[in-house]
Design a protein around this ligand. Structure first.
Ligand code: ATP
Length: 374
Protein backbone atom coordinates (compact mmCIF):
# COMPACT_ATOMS: atom_id res chain seq x y z
CA UNK A 1 0.00 0.00 0.00
CA UNK A 2 1.42 3.39 -0.90
CA UNK A 3 1.37 6.55 1.18
CA UNK A 4 -0.56 8.09 -1.69
CA UNK A 5 -3.40 5.62 -1.17
CA UNK A 6 -3.30 6.09 2.56
CA UNK A 7 -3.52 9.85 2.45
CA UNK A 8 -6.23 9.77 -0.20
CA UNK A 9 -8.36 7.82 2.25
CA UNK A 10 -7.55 10.28 5.00
CA UNK A 11 -8.41 13.21 2.74
CA UNK A 12 -11.91 12.02 2.13
CA UNK A 13 -12.46 11.14 5.76
CA UNK A 14 -11.20 14.48 7.07
CA UNK A 15 -12.60 16.96 4.59
CA UNK A 16 -15.41 15.63 2.44
CA UNK A 17 -15.82 17.72 -0.70
CA UNK A 18 -19.09 15.95 -1.43
CA UNK A 19 -19.76 13.74 -4.43
CA UNK A 20 -18.26 14.93 -7.70
CA UNK A 21 -21.04 16.28 -9.92
CA UNK A 22 -19.91 16.16 -13.54
CA UNK A 23 -22.79 18.39 -14.62
CA UNK A 24 -21.24 21.35 -12.78
CA UNK A 25 -17.83 21.06 -14.47
CA UNK A 26 -17.29 24.05 -16.76
CA UNK A 27 -13.77 23.17 -17.86
CA UNK A 28 -12.53 19.65 -18.53
CA UNK A 29 -9.00 18.70 -19.53
CA UNK A 30 -8.64 15.08 -20.53
CA UNK A 31 -5.22 13.59 -21.25
CA UNK A 32 -3.93 16.98 -22.39
CA UNK A 33 -0.36 16.75 -23.66
CA UNK A 34 1.97 19.33 -25.19
CA UNK A 35 5.22 18.26 -26.80
CA UNK A 36 7.87 20.60 -28.17
CA UNK A 37 10.12 18.33 -30.23
CA UNK A 38 11.65 15.85 -27.80
CA UNK A 39 10.46 17.81 -24.75
CA UNK A 40 7.09 17.09 -23.16
CA UNK A 41 5.98 20.30 -21.41
CA UNK A 42 2.59 18.92 -20.27
CA UNK A 43 1.95 15.18 -19.85
CA UNK A 44 -1.43 13.53 -20.01
CA UNK A 45 -3.08 16.12 -17.78
CA UNK A 46 -6.62 15.39 -16.63
CA UNK A 47 -8.48 17.95 -14.53
CA UNK A 48 -12.00 19.34 -14.09
CA UNK A 49 -12.85 22.83 -12.89
CA UNK A 50 -16.29 23.33 -11.40
CA UNK A 51 -18.75 26.12 -12.07
CA UNK A 52 -17.74 29.25 -10.13
CA UNK A 53 -14.56 27.69 -8.81
CA UNK A 54 -11.17 29.39 -8.58
CA UNK A 55 -8.48 26.79 -9.21
CA UNK A 56 -4.78 27.65 -9.17
CA UNK A 57 -2.04 25.78 -10.97
CA UNK A 58 1.00 26.00 -8.70
CA UNK A 59 4.48 24.69 -9.32
CA UNK A 60 8.13 25.57 -9.90
CA UNK A 61 9.41 27.35 -12.97
CA UNK A 62 9.20 25.21 -16.10
CA UNK A 63 6.65 22.70 -14.73
CA UNK A 64 4.13 23.47 -17.49
CA UNK A 65 1.69 25.92 -15.86
CA UNK A 66 1.76 28.57 -18.59
CA UNK A 67 1.62 25.96 -21.35
CA UNK A 68 -1.55 24.53 -19.74
CA UNK A 69 -3.10 28.00 -19.50
CA UNK A 70 -2.20 28.76 -23.13
CA UNK A 71 -3.85 25.53 -24.29
CA UNK A 72 -7.05 26.45 -22.39
CA UNK A 73 -6.97 29.92 -23.98
CA UNK A 74 -6.48 28.40 -27.44
CA UNK A 75 -3.11 30.08 -27.94
CA UNK A 76 -1.55 26.63 -28.37
CA UNK A 77 -2.97 23.46 -29.84
CA UNK A 78 -2.36 20.38 -27.67
CA UNK A 79 -0.38 17.52 -29.19
CA UNK A 80 -2.88 15.08 -27.69
CA UNK A 81 -5.97 15.07 -25.48
CA UNK A 82 -9.23 16.96 -25.39
CA UNK A 83 -10.39 20.18 -23.81
CA UNK A 84 -14.03 20.99 -23.15
CA UNK A 85 -15.46 24.35 -22.11
CA UNK A 86 -19.07 24.44 -20.94
CA UNK A 87 -19.82 21.18 -22.74
CA UNK A 88 -18.23 22.19 -26.06
CA UNK A 89 -15.06 20.39 -27.18
CA UNK A 90 -12.70 23.21 -28.15
CA UNK A 91 -9.53 21.17 -28.69
CA UNK A 92 -8.99 17.58 -29.74
CA UNK A 93 -6.92 15.58 -32.20
CA UNK A 94 -9.38 16.53 -34.92
CA UNK A 95 -9.28 20.30 -34.48
CA UNK A 96 -9.09 23.39 -32.36
CA UNK A 97 -11.47 26.32 -31.83
CA UNK A 98 -9.60 29.65 -32.19
CA UNK A 99 -9.05 31.82 -29.07
CA UNK A 100 -11.54 34.49 -30.19
CA UNK A 101 -14.26 31.86 -30.60
CA UNK A 102 -13.81 30.53 -27.06
CA UNK A 103 -15.67 32.13 -24.17
CA UNK A 104 -12.42 32.66 -22.30
CA UNK A 105 -11.09 35.87 -20.71
CA UNK A 106 -7.41 36.45 -20.00
CA UNK A 107 -5.73 38.63 -17.38
CA UNK A 108 -2.03 39.03 -18.16
CA UNK A 109 0.87 39.67 -15.77
CA UNK A 110 1.44 43.19 -17.13
CA UNK A 111 -2.33 43.97 -17.28
CA UNK A 112 -1.88 44.96 -20.99
CA UNK A 113 -4.21 47.99 -20.77
CA UNK A 114 -4.57 50.21 -23.85
CA UNK A 115 -2.69 53.38 -22.85
CA UNK A 116 -4.67 55.66 -25.21
CA UNK A 117 -8.09 54.53 -23.92
CA UNK A 118 -9.79 55.68 -20.71
CA UNK A 119 -10.71 53.29 -17.92
CA UNK A 120 -14.31 53.02 -19.20
CA UNK A 121 -13.13 52.55 -22.82
CA UNK A 122 -10.68 49.84 -21.77
CA UNK A 123 -13.47 47.95 -19.98
CA UNK A 124 -15.82 48.36 -22.98
CA UNK A 125 -13.19 47.18 -25.48
CA UNK A 126 -14.27 43.54 -25.65
CA UNK A 127 -18.00 44.32 -25.90
CA UNK A 128 -18.01 46.91 -28.70
CA UNK A 129 -20.51 44.75 -30.60
CA UNK A 130 -23.05 45.05 -27.76
CA UNK A 131 -26.00 47.43 -27.98
CA UNK A 132 -24.83 50.89 -26.70
CA UNK A 133 -27.19 50.97 -23.69
CA UNK A 134 -26.31 47.42 -22.64
CA UNK A 135 -22.62 48.20 -23.05
CA UNK A 136 -22.84 51.31 -20.89
CA UNK A 137 -24.83 49.46 -18.23
CA UNK A 138 -22.23 46.65 -18.20
CA UNK A 139 -19.34 49.12 -17.88
CA UNK A 140 -21.13 50.92 -15.01
CA UNK A 141 -21.78 47.61 -13.29
CA UNK A 142 -18.13 46.54 -13.57
CA UNK A 143 -16.79 49.95 -12.49
CA UNK A 144 -18.87 49.62 -9.35
CA UNK A 145 -17.78 46.03 -8.80
CA UNK A 146 -14.09 46.94 -8.93
CA UNK A 147 -14.57 50.22 -7.01
CA UNK A 148 -13.47 52.56 -9.83
CA UNK A 149 -16.68 54.47 -10.62
CA UNK A 150 -14.95 57.79 -9.80
CA UNK A 151 -12.02 56.97 -12.10
CA UNK A 152 -13.93 56.09 -15.28
CA UNK A 153 -12.48 58.94 -17.38
CA UNK A 154 -8.86 58.53 -16.23
CA UNK A 155 -6.16 57.14 -18.49
CA UNK A 156 -4.19 54.01 -17.38
CA UNK A 157 -1.05 56.07 -16.69
CA UNK A 158 -3.01 58.04 -14.07
CA UNK A 159 -3.83 54.90 -12.07
CA UNK A 160 -1.95 53.03 -9.32
CA UNK A 161 -0.79 49.45 -9.92
CA UNK A 162 -3.72 48.04 -7.94
CA UNK A 163 -6.23 50.19 -9.87
CA UNK A 164 -4.70 49.09 -13.20
CA UNK A 165 -5.13 45.49 -12.16
CA UNK A 166 -8.78 46.08 -11.31
CA UNK A 167 -9.35 47.64 -14.76
CA UNK A 168 -7.68 44.64 -16.41
CA UNK A 169 -9.93 42.33 -14.43
CA UNK A 170 -13.07 44.31 -15.30
CA UNK A 171 -12.10 44.34 -19.00
CA UNK A 172 -11.68 40.56 -19.04
CA UNK A 173 -14.97 40.03 -17.19
CA UNK A 174 -16.98 42.40 -19.44
CA UNK A 175 -17.98 39.82 -22.12
CA UNK A 176 -19.13 37.42 -19.36
CA UNK A 177 -16.64 34.67 -20.21
CA UNK A 178 -17.33 31.04 -19.28
CA UNK A 179 -13.78 30.82 -17.95
CA UNK A 180 -11.35 33.51 -16.79
CA UNK A 181 -7.62 32.76 -16.95
CA UNK A 182 -5.17 34.70 -14.78
CA UNK A 183 -1.46 34.44 -15.60
CA UNK A 184 0.65 35.37 -12.53
CA UNK A 185 -1.85 38.20 -11.89
CA UNK A 186 -0.01 39.69 -8.90
CA UNK A 187 3.60 39.45 -10.04
CA UNK A 188 3.72 43.07 -11.24
CA UNK A 189 2.66 44.51 -7.89
CA UNK A 190 4.88 45.33 -4.93
CA UNK A 191 4.75 42.90 -2.01
CA UNK A 192 2.38 44.91 0.22
CA UNK A 193 -0.09 45.59 -2.58
CA UNK A 194 0.11 42.00 -3.73
CA UNK A 195 -1.22 40.75 -0.40
CA UNK A 196 -4.01 43.37 -0.40
CA UNK A 197 -5.06 42.64 -3.99
CA UNK A 198 -5.26 38.88 -3.46
CA UNK A 199 -8.29 39.23 -1.22
CA UNK A 200 -9.82 41.90 -3.43
CA UNK A 201 -9.46 39.89 -6.64
CA UNK A 202 -10.92 36.82 -4.96
CA UNK A 203 -13.92 38.85 -3.76
CA UNK A 204 -14.50 40.28 -7.24
CA UNK A 205 -14.33 36.84 -8.87
CA UNK A 206 -16.68 35.38 -6.28
CA UNK A 207 -19.14 38.28 -6.76
CA UNK A 208 -19.35 37.51 -10.49
CA UNK A 209 -19.46 33.72 -10.03
CA UNK A 210 -17.03 33.24 -12.93
CA UNK A 211 -15.07 30.00 -13.22
CA UNK A 212 -11.39 30.89 -13.02
CA UNK A 213 -7.99 29.26 -13.46
CA UNK A 214 -4.93 31.09 -12.23
CA UNK A 215 -1.25 30.29 -12.54
CA UNK A 216 1.46 31.13 -10.03
CA UNK A 217 4.69 29.87 -8.50
CA UNK A 218 3.89 31.75 -5.25
CA UNK A 219 2.54 29.20 -2.77
CA UNK A 220 1.17 31.76 -0.31
CA UNK A 221 -0.81 33.42 -3.08
CA UNK A 222 -2.18 30.09 -4.32
CA UNK A 223 -3.15 28.90 -0.84
CA UNK A 224 -4.84 32.17 0.08
CA UNK A 225 -6.97 32.88 -3.01
CA UNK A 226 -7.95 29.44 -4.33
CA UNK A 227 -10.87 27.11 -3.80
CA UNK A 228 -8.56 24.30 -4.96
CA UNK A 229 -4.90 24.15 -5.90
CA UNK A 230 -3.30 21.77 -8.40
CA UNK A 231 0.39 21.19 -7.69
CA UNK A 232 2.34 20.59 -10.90
CA UNK A 233 5.72 18.97 -11.29
CA UNK A 234 7.48 18.25 -14.54
CA UNK A 235 4.36 18.56 -16.72
CA UNK A 236 2.10 16.52 -14.45
CA UNK A 237 -0.32 17.21 -11.62
CA UNK A 238 0.96 15.66 -8.40
CA UNK A 239 -2.00 16.60 -6.22
CA UNK A 240 -5.18 18.61 -6.45
CA UNK A 241 -7.46 19.62 -3.60
CA UNK A 242 -8.53 22.27 -1.14
CA UNK A 243 -5.54 24.39 -0.04
CA UNK A 244 -5.66 23.33 3.62
CA UNK A 245 -6.01 19.69 2.68
CA UNK A 246 -3.07 19.70 0.28
CA UNK A 247 -0.93 21.68 2.72
CA UNK A 248 -1.62 19.41 5.68
CA UNK A 249 -1.66 16.15 3.79
CA UNK A 250 0.81 16.35 0.91
CA UNK A 251 0.74 13.09 -1.01
CA UNK A 252 4.36 13.19 -2.09
CA UNK A 253 7.66 14.51 -0.83
CA UNK A 254 7.69 16.90 -3.78
CA UNK A 255 4.37 18.49 -2.74
CA UNK A 256 5.51 18.58 0.90
CA UNK A 257 8.78 20.28 -0.01
CA UNK A 258 7.09 22.76 -2.31
CA UNK A 259 4.50 23.89 0.26
CA UNK A 260 5.90 25.43 3.41
CA UNK A 261 9.39 24.92 4.74
CA UNK A 262 9.42 21.18 5.11
CA UNK A 263 11.84 18.99 7.05
CA UNK A 264 11.74 15.21 6.97
CA UNK A 265 12.71 13.64 10.30
CA UNK A 266 13.57 9.92 10.21
CA UNK A 267 11.70 7.54 12.50
CA UNK A 268 10.97 3.85 13.01
CA UNK A 269 7.48 2.41 13.50
CA UNK A 270 7.24 0.12 16.54
CA UNK A 271 3.69 -1.07 17.16
CA UNK A 272 1.57 1.97 17.93
CA UNK A 273 4.46 4.42 18.30
CA UNK A 274 7.05 5.98 16.01
CA UNK A 275 10.48 6.59 17.53
CA UNK A 276 12.29 9.66 16.23
CA UNK A 277 15.33 11.55 17.45
CA UNK A 278 12.93 14.28 18.63
CA UNK A 279 10.97 11.86 20.83
CA UNK A 280 8.26 9.26 20.47
CA UNK A 281 5.06 9.96 18.55
CA UNK A 282 1.89 7.92 18.92
CA UNK A 283 0.67 6.60 15.58
CA UNK A 284 -2.61 8.46 16.24
CA UNK A 285 -0.60 11.65 15.63
CA UNK A 286 0.18 10.58 12.06
CA UNK A 287 -2.10 10.85 9.03
CA UNK A 288 -3.60 7.63 7.72
CA UNK A 289 -3.20 4.00 8.77
CA UNK A 290 0.39 3.00 9.40
CA UNK A 291 0.03 -0.62 10.72
CA UNK A 292 1.38 -2.08 7.48
CA UNK A 293 4.69 -0.30 8.18
CA UNK A 294 5.33 -1.83 11.63
CA UNK A 295 9.11 -2.17 11.99
CA UNK A 296 9.81 0.01 8.93
CA UNK A 297 11.68 3.29 8.64
CA UNK A 298 9.64 6.34 7.70
CA UNK A 299 10.22 10.09 7.40
CA UNK A 300 7.85 12.41 9.27
CA UNK A 301 7.04 15.79 7.71
CA UNK A 302 7.62 18.63 10.18
CA UNK A 303 7.25 22.33 9.43
CA UNK A 304 8.41 25.30 11.57
CA UNK A 305 5.02 25.73 13.28
CA UNK A 306 5.19 22.09 14.45
CA UNK A 307 8.46 22.55 16.35
CA UNK A 308 9.87 24.61 19.20
CA UNK A 309 13.44 24.82 20.48
CA UNK A 310 14.48 25.03 24.16
CA UNK A 311 17.94 25.73 25.55
CA UNK A 312 19.50 22.47 26.77
CA UNK A 313 22.79 21.17 28.21
CA UNK A 314 25.21 20.03 25.54
CA UNK A 315 24.94 16.34 26.61
CA UNK A 316 21.13 16.23 26.36
CA UNK A 317 20.71 18.51 23.29
CA UNK A 318 19.04 17.34 20.06
CA UNK A 319 21.18 19.75 18.04
CA UNK A 320 22.52 23.28 17.65
CA UNK A 321 21.17 26.57 16.30
CA UNK A 322 22.82 27.12 12.92
CA UNK A 323 20.68 29.90 11.46
CA UNK A 324 18.18 32.54 12.52
CA UNK A 325 15.74 34.39 10.30
CA UNK A 326 13.96 37.44 11.70
CA UNK A 327 10.53 38.06 10.15
CA UNK A 328 9.21 40.91 12.33
CA UNK A 329 6.67 39.16 14.56
CA UNK A 330 8.55 35.84 14.43
CA UNK A 331 11.95 34.19 14.29
CA UNK A 332 12.56 30.98 12.37
CA UNK A 333 15.53 29.11 13.84
CA UNK A 334 17.29 26.36 11.93
CA UNK A 335 18.56 23.56 14.15
CA UNK A 336 21.04 21.01 12.88
CA UNK A 337 20.25 17.73 14.61
CA UNK A 338 23.03 15.35 15.63
CA UNK A 339 22.43 13.14 12.54
CA UNK A 340 22.80 16.19 10.27
CA UNK A 341 19.05 16.68 9.54
CA UNK A 342 18.09 20.37 9.53
CA UNK A 343 14.75 21.33 11.10
CA UNK A 344 13.18 24.77 11.51
CA UNK A 345 11.39 26.06 14.60
CA UNK A 346 8.96 28.98 14.65
CA UNK A 347 9.28 31.31 17.65
CA UNK A 348 7.82 34.51 18.93
CA UNK A 349 10.03 37.55 18.19
CA UNK A 350 11.09 37.84 21.85
CA UNK A 351 12.43 34.27 22.14
CA UNK A 352 16.04 34.64 21.09
CA UNK A 353 18.76 32.04 20.70
CA UNK A 354 22.31 32.57 19.59
CA UNK A 355 24.13 30.83 16.79
CA UNK A 356 25.74 27.57 18.03
CA UNK A 357 23.63 27.22 21.20
CA UNK A 358 22.63 23.62 22.09
CA UNK A 359 18.87 23.08 22.10
CA UNK A 360 16.22 20.43 22.63
CA UNK A 361 13.53 20.40 19.91
CA UNK A 362 9.94 19.47 20.84
CA UNK A 363 7.23 18.40 18.41
CA UNK A 364 4.15 20.45 19.29
CA UNK A 365 1.92 19.79 16.30
CA UNK A 366 -1.81 19.92 17.00
CA UNK A 367 -2.74 18.27 13.69
CA UNK A 368 -2.08 14.93 11.99
CA UNK A 369 1.45 14.67 10.59
CA UNK A 370 2.18 13.45 7.07
CA UNK A 371 4.83 10.74 6.65
CA UNK A 372 6.56 8.92 3.83
CA UNK A 373 8.11 5.45 3.64
CA UNK A 374 11.88 5.66 3.48
P1 ATP B 1 7.35 29.69 -15.37
O1 ATP B 1 6.79 29.69 -13.96
O2 ATP B 1 8.83 29.89 -15.38
O3 ATP B 1 6.60 30.57 -16.30
P2 ATP B 1 5.90 27.35 -16.33
O4 ATP B 1 5.57 26.36 -15.29
O5 ATP B 1 4.82 28.28 -16.75
O6 ATP B 1 7.19 28.16 -15.91
P3 ATP B 1 6.04 26.61 -19.12
O7 ATP B 1 6.26 28.00 -19.63
O8 ATP B 1 4.70 26.03 -19.32
O9 ATP B 1 6.45 26.52 -17.58
O10 ATP B 1 7.14 25.67 -19.79
C1 ATP B 1 7.17 24.26 -19.58
C2 ATP B 1 8.35 23.68 -20.35
O11 ATP B 1 8.11 23.78 -21.75
C3 ATP B 1 9.67 24.41 -20.09
O12 ATP B 1 10.70 23.46 -20.02
C4 ATP B 1 9.82 25.31 -21.30
O13 ATP B 1 11.18 25.51 -21.60
C5 ATP B 1 9.16 24.50 -22.41
N1 ATP B 1 8.51 25.36 -23.42
C6 ATP B 1 7.52 26.26 -23.21
N2 ATP B 1 7.17 26.86 -24.38
C7 ATP B 1 7.97 26.34 -25.35
C8 ATP B 1 8.09 26.53 -26.77
N3 ATP B 1 7.30 27.38 -27.42
N4 ATP B 1 9.03 25.80 -27.42
C9 ATP B 1 9.80 24.90 -26.76
N5 ATP B 1 9.74 24.68 -25.43
C10 ATP B 1 8.83 25.37 -24.72
Amino acid sequence: MSQQTLTAETDSAQFSEGPADASTDVLELDGLTQEYGAETAVKDLTLSVRDGELLTLLGPSGCGKTTTLRMIAGLEQPTRGTLTIDGETVASETGCVSPEDRDVGLVFQNFALFPHLSVAENIAFGIDDWDADDREARVDELLELVGLTDHREKMPAQLSGGQQQRVALARSLAPEPDVLLLDEPFSNLDVRLRVEMRQEVREILKATGVTAVSVTHDQEEALSISDRVAIMNDGEIEQVGKPELVFENPKSRFVASFLGRASFVPGRVRGDVVETQLGTLHTDQLNGPIEAYDGARIDVLLRPDDLTAHLEHEDAADGHIVDRQYNGPTFVYTVELTDGTAVRCLHNHVETFEHGQPVRVDIEADHGLAWYPT
